[in-house]
Design a protein. Structure first.
Length: 248
């Protein structure tokens, strides 16, 4: 807890159209432009400008992904400079769906982190174990491997918010219990203390993601090492405002 400002990210994934987004913007502008919590939403790339130009300036806007170079023959991708050109300052990197649907590896995600930071974006790198890895007792081994690939590419940790999203909890209605999430977050801070430094271990915000909703957010938010959430499905609904207010 301490000085780490609570942070709520809304990852819209590949959802929405202008009409649906208008409704989301209306409830965000009314209820999410708060001082007690940092709020950032991540629309699909084609809507970054649409959302940024309509949303209250207190609410941040993030891309869901970007590539590791400035420009060129990379059909279908976007660069950090393009995100900034749309007045957005955040990017999610290494989301579980990028890793497991699109086959992104630790090395690529690390390179993306380095380049996005170099270009002046703030990043939300994501890590998480699969169910079979947890059941095989490999949770920390997997998470620490993913963490190292990210940490080796970060110089300025003040531009980083880490998201722990167990793959088995994403879009499944199976949330990690507050105790399970707290345990992982504590282990991640220990890893950061040993492999980066004590300052980063203390100050880095670590979000939990995976089936967070209006009903379970308050219990999760009570845990001292959970500094907020990365919310998928529930970020498209008015319930998101309850999540924004999970810890005041
Ligand atoms: O992947 C997530 C956020 O990035 C979590 O998604 P859900 O909240 O839909 O489980």
């Amino acid at each position: 807890m301490g000085d780490r400002k609570f942070f709520i990210g809304g990852n819209w994934k590949m959802n929405g159209n202008k009409k649906a987004i208008d409704d989301i913007i209306a409830f965000l502008n009314e209820g999410a432009a708060v001082d007690h919590t940092e709020v950032v939403v991540a629309p699909p790339a084609v809507y970054l400008d649409y959302v940024r130009s309509r949303l209250n300036a207190k609410i941040g806007v993030s891309a869901q992904n970007c590539y590791k170079v400035a420009s060129g023959a990379f059909t279908g991708d976007i660069s950090p400079a393009m995100i900034k050109d749309n007045n957005c300052s955040w990017v999610i990197l290494g989301h579980s769906e990028r890793r497991h649907v699109f086959g992104e590896c630790d090395k690529l995600i690390g390179e993306k982190c380095a380049f996005a930071l170099q270009e002046g974006l703030k990043i939300i790198p994501c890590i998480g174990e699969k169910l079979e890895e947890r059941e095989a007792g490999k949770t920390n081994e997997v998470l620490f491997r993913q963490m190292k690939a990210i940490a080796d590419n970060v110089k300025d940790w003040s531009s980083v918010v880490l998201a722990y999203e167990p793959v088995w909890a994403i879009g499944t209605n199976k949330t990690a219990s507050p105790e399970q999430a707290q345990e992982v977050h504590t282990d991640l801070r220990k890893w950061l203390a040993q492999n980066v430094n004590a300052e980063v271990a203390k100050n880095l915000r670590i979000l939990y993601g995976g089936s967070v909703n209006a009903g379970n957010c308050k219990e999760l938010a009570k845990k001292p090492d959970i500094d907020g959430f990365l919310v998928g499905g529930a970020s498209l609904k008015k319930d998101f405002i309850t999540i924004v207010n999970a810890r005041q």
